[in-house]
Design a binder for this molecule. Sequence first.
Ligand code: NAD
Length: 294
Amino acid sequence: MKIGFIGLGNMGNPMARNLAKNGHAVKGYDVVPALLDKAASQGIARATSVADCVAGSEVVITMLPSSPHVRSVYGNESGVLAHAKPGMLLVDSSTIDPLTAREVAFDALAKGVAMVDAPVSGGTGGAEAGTLTFMVGGEAKDFEAARTILAAMGKNIVHCGGSGNGQVAKICNNLMLAIEMIATSEGMTLAAKLGMDPKVFAGIVNTSSGRCWSSDTYNPYPGVLENAPASRGYAGGFGADLMLKDLTLVTEAAKQAKVPVLMGAIAQQVYQKHSADGHGGKDFSSVILQYLKT
Ligand code: NAD
């Protein structure tokens, strides 16, 4: 298919490359010229603007930093919606708040253009390997149309319900992940400071009721798991600032839904402090440094 891809950053570049590898004709656009050059050298045709990227495309995919970027790229007078034609499918894979996702999809629908939100989990590693999980919100028929294209970039493609529900799944999962990572950090640090060998303690937790993904797959204590970011100085992985961004989306969405997220609000503040301490670029499991240093 003819696919326009807007936002060729850490995630967008490998995603666009996987589409091209799977035989799609991909035209890409980014506001950073160096990223356009890089993509052009990797088989992605160069678009000169958002409008140029949309023109002639059957599907347009966006992978942008946050809600204001999505509003602007879709909504402004030279944006996606101004140039989209009925019959075209729009897919936003950025992580944004569910309300913005629903508003933009509603505006698209008013122009007769189908749109789904399809945020991802799996990080840059999953984007490179084409093994991302896509959480898709939108009409069933639009999900079916999107599924074949998303399959070039991901392994698990899940219909989460109506518009915005992909974003709901994404941010609520990350709410649970952040809380669980902080809980693991507290438990691991306390056990070590009270005299236990962290590896022995992790082994007990991982066959006991404290077990979770953060303890058995991504343990934040250095040296416990060879392949976890904790054992390579918290380099790579999922950035603490990206987790902070998702927790901020959570607390905003919770405010709108009038749902208390007490632990989520604390987690958001812990990550805000962690970022202010200069750790935002490290993997999110580095949040344990807030405890280990005391
Ligand atoms: P990134 O900042 O590397 O890429 C975003 C790109 O969008 C940048 O290259 C930027 O120049 C471009 N952009 C911004 N405004 C634009 C505009 N008006 N027109 C065209 N291009 C524009 O970010 P990323 O790490 O690729 O993340 C993208 C999205 O995916 C975010 O919403 C993020 O939360 C989400 N996400 C990221 C990861 C990860 O591990 N990096 C994992 C899951 C989800």
